[in-house]
Ligand binder design. Structure first.
Ligand SMILES: Cc1cc2nc3c(=O)[nH]c(=O)nc-3n(C[C@H](O)[C@H](O)[C@H](O)COP(=O)(O)O)c2cc1C
Length: 345
């Protein structure tokens, strides 16, 4: 299949694995790239050195294009982006921050840059900064999707930009792929679906729970990590999102996140002082780490909280990445020919 996204990145299938902390690890990234899509490494929980090692590991596992993701407002993210530029990673996907300097540096070695956006305003600003593509994340998405559903957000953005768009949020099968293409996107990014694949390191208990849960069993709240985020509906998630975390407790816990990425504490403090308005957000973000780790890594849904999208309600099996992607392409082709048939009657 040829779309603006397959052409831009030199891949066979317009399907992207987005960066998901503890999930989008070198093995899963390579599996998606080897199956013809674009795997993107999550660097949120990684230090500079771990990021470099992970990039090298991916290169051992695949010779296909791949990317790395950086959430720029998080401690250590800029350092990780610099490592990716040094290693001349083919694709860099940034979110929550200004990535002009990444665009400039990546262009020098022919690297491509994707900006993740959730509004028209940010889409236009990212396009102006010279990014090659946008990843547009709608309301249905796991974690930090926008306020507007993919059905309305994606076309509202494809209407006003002239660079390729990857649609994310609610896409999990061939039906979703055809829908995204119909909305003007050149491909889809699937988080929840790939997190529930055989090769994903997501704990088996969580994978089984995703298969059992329905579309309405998620919560979208600002009280979990400070930004609107979608998590699996469990008694712990309901408790964790009832009210914002106590600020002092959140700040203490945020140091844990800084330690995880080997960031010196003075640097975190300096960052907090220079960006006073972001203190609360950053603190809550760090505080969320503990609960996310408990669920995602240890499968503890009683004490942990799991990022998951509404597409959990259409995920009904756990398949290998290759089977999953092959099936998506077959299903999409069937739907496209059936749709053509409607007009021929
Ligand atoms: C288990 C899990 C962990 C995630 N972790 C992150 C993360 O660390 N950073 C991030 O920007 N997005 C994260 N996401 C969101 C995805 O990058 C993506 O935007 C989202 O999954 C797309 O929506 P979908 O789940 O409906 O496919 C995560 C998603 C899941 C399912």
């Amino acid at each position: 299949m040829k779309t603006s996204i397959t052409e831009l990145f030199g891949i066979e299938k317009p399907i992207v694995l987005p960066g998901m902390s503890w999930i989008s690890v070198p093995e899963l990234v390579a599996a998606v790239s080897n199956a013809g899509g674009l795997g993107i490494l999550a660097t949120g929980p990684l230090s500079k050195e771990q990021t470099r090692q992970a990039i090298r590991k991916i290169r051992e596992l695949t010779d296909k294009p791949f990317g790395i993701g950086v959430t720029l407002m998080m401690p250590g993210a800029k350092e990780n982006a610099k490592v990716a530029l040094e290693e001349q990673v083919p694709v860099i996907n940034f979110s929550l921050g200004k990535g002009d300097w990444i665009v400039k540096a990546a262009k020098q070695y022919g690297g491509k840059v994707i900006a993740t956006v959730v509004t028209q305003k940010h889409a236009l600003a990212a396009q102006k900064s010279g990014v090659d593509a946008l990843l547009v994340t709608g309301h249905e998405a796991a974690a930090h999707g926008g306020e507007v559903t993919s059905l309305c957000l994606v076309p509202s953005i494809t209407d006003i930009v002239n660079i390729p768009v990857i649609a994310a949020g609610g896409f999990a099968d061939g039906r979703g792929l055809i829908a995204a293409l119909s909305l003007g996107a050149g491909g889809v990014a699937m988080g929840s679906r790939f997190a529930t694949s055989k090769e994903s390191p997501l704990h088996q208990h969580v994978k089984n729970t995703v298969v059992e849960k329905d579309v309405e069993q998620t919560i979208y709240s600002k009280n979990f990590d400070g930004l609107y985020a979608r998590v699996m509906k469990t008694p712990m998630a309901e408790k964790a999102t009832r009210r914002p975390m106590n600020f002092v407790m959140a700040t203490v816990k945020s140091f844990k996140a800084a330690k995880m990425v080997d960031m010196p504490l003075w640097k975190l403090l300096l960052g907090l002082l220079s960006q006073f308005d972001k203190i609360k957000m950053l603190s809550l973000f760090g505080a969320a780490t503990e609960k996310l780790e408990a669920a995602t890594i240890h499968g503890d849904l009683e004490h942990g909280v799991q990022f998951i999208g509404q597409s959990q309600g259409v995920i009904r099996n756990i398949e290998s990445v290759q089977t999953l992607m092959d099936n998506i392409m077959v299903e999409a082709k069937d739907i496209a020919s059936r749709n053509r048939h409607y007009f021929e009657q």
